[in-house]
Every structure is written in structure tokens, then in C-alpha cells.
Design a protein around this ligand. Structure first.
Ligand code: ADP
Length: 466
């Protein structure tokens, strides 16, 4: 890519330079043509020295020249300026031979037009001077009478100069094409390198071109794309990791009750001398473990059901104050059985939200079950409902053993428990809070664990009002 672009640039620049030379030659030709067209109207051509010269310089009529802004000088054999009218660029009355020669040879380089002729009879030079308007000296002269050797030498010199000129142009075109091509190939190369790294799986690859042109736009798009891919890949890795952990947790949590069921069932079958009380105890263990396994599988099914795209809530416009008041009433027998104290502080006014009442009730029930399951008698449960910034906020608190602050976010992940040894006694699946949070999220709200420094735990449910 690099070479092809550079070569393309080189060819383009060579063509442009050659066209420029052609245009320059054409411009000179046109200038020469234009100069021929206007030459008749220029004052210097109206008063040539030959037109006013006389044998006796005293008879020369310089009035026309002087009126047209020019000057007439006569220099005799002794290089004395013996006659001067109008414009005088010699500036001296007497010149040395060297000064006069210098004047003659350098007359071409001054901004004046000099027409000089020698009058052999009067032995003087007549110099007619006009200020030059604009002059461009470019002319090619040759004389067929020159010697062949001179022609060959001059031809070689011209050919050499022309060749050097073309070589210099080619060299400049080459250098310039490389520099210009680099402005495109370098960022392109960096972008290609970045793309290659992405293809090879390095999603942290980013491109820094330090440019402000269209390439910068391409660079930003590339970097955004790379960042998005990196984010997606990390999400995918995390979800794979979660899935792996989930399978591990499920198999681990199912293993215990299943092996217990298997072990006790085998005992019942093998031991014929068991008393009725022993048989009943074994059967009870089998029943409890099968309940535990069943609960785990039911909750797992519920969780995966909610993650499926087909799953949707049956949302109904509901007065949530009234609804929570009713649910709290239903919790009272359970709390009293567990020897808990309770306090409900629910807003008097009606507040309407879109609710799937069956599912939403599951959140409150789960929080109440947990409070009862993990805390000792005499624990106080408080339910508080307020409205803040178009959100219904339900705080479900207890002043029990609490949940460590570092688990505040993790506790909502499947199978995460505050204390595994405690949990095995209580028989929880570790899925309840995950399901509850998912239900709150599907209502457009959330379920979080508040770290407010109070004793016990406070779970906060939020749901938008309508
Ligand atoms: P499960 O109760 O089935 O184990 P959850 O997801 O409902 O699963 O709860 C996760 C963990 O959070 C529980 O195992 C428990 O350790 C802790 N937890 C939940 N609620 C409370 C609470 N009110 N007080 C103390 N710990 C709690």
C-alpha cells in the first residue's frame, strides 16, 4: 500500500511539474507576442537615436524626447558630456574610458532604455534615454555565421543545464511526493496496524494519530469501535464466568440434598430392623432435602424464565400505598409467629404505579422470609413507603444481624450468601434476592441494600410513579 500510494503521488507530481514548465514556456511566448503588439506605441520606439542624430550635435532637436519624459546626451571622443537635455542618468560632465565602458556594458541592467549610436563624422556618441516601464529580459539569440565548434559547445552547455533542471525537478517531485504520501500512508499504516491487532484479539488496541483532519475522525470512530468491542467482549467473558459459576453453584447446592436423600433411602431399604420412630426420622430428612432441592430448582426456573426474552410482566395500574398496606397486613401472622416486632409507616395518599401485583408481592415476601429466617426473635421489622422525585421508595428494614457492607452489591447475585454455614442450617437457596431485584428492575425500578450505618439491614425498593 505504502509503495503504491507513493509512486502514484510521484507520477502525479511529475506530470504537474512538466505541465508547469509547458505553461511557463507558453507564458513567455505570449509575453513576447504581446510585447511585439505594443512595441509601436511605446515612446522609446517613437524617438530612436537614429531619428534625431545630426552630424553636428548642436543641431540635434531633443524637444520631442524631453517632452516624452526622456533625455538626450552627447559624449565626445574625450568622454566629456558635451550636450545634455532632459533625463540624465550619466550624472557627470566628464567620464574616464573605464567609466564610459562600464556605462555602456551595464546599461542593460538599469531600469532605463538606452539607444546609443556613434556618429563617425562628428566623433561622438548620441545617447537617448527613456525610463523603462516594465521589461522582462528573456531572449534566445543565435547567429548562423558562428563557428560549428561554438555551436556544439553552446548546445552541450544548454543541454546540460536543461538536463540538470529536469533532474532537480524530478528530485523535488520525488521528495515532495514522498512527504505528501507520508501524510496519508503513515496514518493509514497506523490504522491498519490497529485493525490487525483487533483482528488478532488485542481489544485494548487504540490509534493515536495526533491529527485534526478527516483521519482524526476515522481514528475516533476506530477507537470508539475498539472500545465497544472491548466492552462487549469483557461483558461476554463476565457472563460466561457467571454462567460457569452458576452451574458450579447449582451442582454444589443440589449435591448435598440429593446425596442425603439417596443415603437415607438406601438405609431405609437395607435396614429391616428400624423402629418406627427411626424410619419416620429418616423419612423426614428425605422430605426436607427433597423440599430444599425442589425449592432450589423452582427458583432457578423462575430466574431463568425472567431472563428469557419472551418473559413479560402483567402490569396493571395500582395504588401502591393501598397494595403495600394490604401485604403488610398479610405479613403480620408470620412476624408474630417468629416473635418479631413490627412497624409500618405507609403514605396515606394514593400513589399509582404500573404493577404486576403477583410478582411484586414476591419481593416483599422474600424480604420478610429472609428477615425471619436470618434474624433472632424480638427483631423489629419496619416498612416505610414514601414518594421522592416521582419514585415510590419502599424501605424494608430490620434491626437484626445485618449484612456486611462489602456484600452490598454482590448479595443480589445468584448463590451469594452472607454466611454459608448459617445458610446451610436455614436452607436458603441464595436465589431469592436475585429474583427480587430482577422483578424490581422489570418494573423500571430497583432493589438495593442501603448501607446507612443502622443496625440490621435496610433493603430499598424503588418504582416509578405514573
Ligand atoms: P437465601 O435467603 O435463599 O439464601 P437470598 O438471595 O434471599 O437467598 O439472600 C441471600 C443472603 O443474604 C442470605 O443467604 C443471607 O445470608 C443474607 N440475607 C438476606 N436477607 C437478610 C437479612 N434480613 N438479615 C441478614 N442476612 C440476610
Amino acid at each position: 500500500m505504502n509503495k503504491k500510494l507513493s509512486n502514484q503521488f510521484l507520477v502525479n507530481f511529475l506530470v504537474i511539474f512538466l505541465l508547469t514548465i509547458l505553461a511557463t514556456v507558453l507564458a513567455f511566448a505570449m509575453l513576447s507576442f504581446a510585447s511585439g503588439l505594443i512595441s509601436g506605441s511605446l515612446v522609446k520606439n517613437q524617438y530612436p537615436a537614429s531619428a534625431i542624430i545630426k552630424e553636428d550635435y548642436r543641431q540635434i532637436d531633443a524637444s520631442g524626447v524631453v517632452q516624452s519624459g526622456g533625455g538626450v546626451q552627447v559624449v565626445d571622443r574625450e568622454y566629456r558630456v558635451v550636450f545634455s537635455r532632459g533625463l540624465d542618468t550619466i550624472g557627470k560632465e566628464k567620464l574616464s574610458a573605464g567609466e564610459f565602458t562600464k556605462f555602456l556594458t551595464e546599461s542593460k541592467s538599469r531600469p532605463y532604455h538606452y539607444d546609443i549610436i556613434y556618429q563617425p563624422e562628428g566623433e561622438f556618441w548620441l545617447i537617448v534615454t527613456f525610463p523603462t516601464s516594465i521589461r522582462m529580459d528573456f531572449s534566445l539569440l543565435y547567429n548562423e555565421e558562428a563557428s560549428v565548434g561554438d555551436f556544439i559547445h553552446a548546445g552541450w552547455a544548454i543541454a546540460l543545464v536543461a538536463l540538470s533542471y529536469l533532474l532537480i525537478i524530478a528530485l523535488f517531485a520525488f521528495i515532495y511526493s514522498r512527504i505528501t504520501a507520508a501524510g496519508i500512508t503513515v496514518p493509514l499504516r497506523k490504522l491498519c496496524d490497529g485493525t490487525r491487532l483487533l483482528r488478532e484479539g488485542d481489544y485494548s488496541a487504540r490509534v493515536d494519530l495526533r491529527l485534526k483532519n478527516e483521519f482524526a475522525e476515522l481514528q475516533n470512530t476506530f477507537n470508539d469501535m475498539a472500545a465497544r468491542i472491548e466492552h462487549e467482549i469483557s461483558l461476554r467473558k463476565k457472563s460466561e464466568e457467571d454462567r460457569r459459576r452458576l452451574i458450579l453453584d447449582i451442582s454444589h447446592d443440589l449435591k448435598n440434598p440429593m446425596s442425603s436423600i439417596q443415603g437415607y433411602a438406601e438405609l431405609l431399604m437395607k435396614k429391616s430392623d428400624l423402629s418406627e420412630q427411626e424410619s419416620n426420622e429418616y423419612l423426614e430428612v428425605i422430605l426436607n432435602n427433597s423440599k430444599r432441592a425442589n425449592r432450589l430448582l423452582t427458583e432457578l426456573f423462575e430466574l431463568s424464565q425472567m431472563d428469557s426474552p419472551e418473559f413479560s410482566l402483567k402490569l396493571v395500574r395500582t395504588d401502591i400505598s393501598e397494595y403495600i398496606r394490604q401485604i403488610c397486613g398479610e405479613l403480620v401472622p408470620q412476624l408474630e409467629r417468629a416473635g418479631f416486632e413490627y412497624e409500618f409507616d405507609i403514605l396515606e395518599e394514593s400513589v399509582f404505579v404500573l404493577l404486576d401485583t403477583d410478582r411484586f408481592g414476591r419481593i416483599i415476601q422474600n424480604l420478610a422470609d429472609n428477615a425471619v429466617r436470618y434474624n433472632p426473635p424480638k427483631t423489629k421489622v419496619t416498612v416505610n413507603l414514601t414518594v421522592q422525585n416521582n419514585q415510590v421508595v419502599i424501605d424494608f428494614s430490620d434491626d437484626g444481624i445485618g449484612i456486611p457492607a462489602h456484600l452490598a452489591n454482590h448479595i443480589f447475585k445468584p448463590f451469594v450468601r452472607a454466611d454459608d454455614s448459617r445458610n446451610s442450617k436455614t436452607g436458603g437457596s441464595g436465589l431469592g434476592l436475585s429474583i427480587a431485584k430482577r422483578i424490581a428492575e422489570m418494573h423500571g425500578g430497583d432493589l438495593i441494600l442501603c448501607i446507612c450505618g443502622n443496625k440490621g439491614s435496610t433493603f430499598r425498593i424503588t418504582i416509578p410513579t405514573i
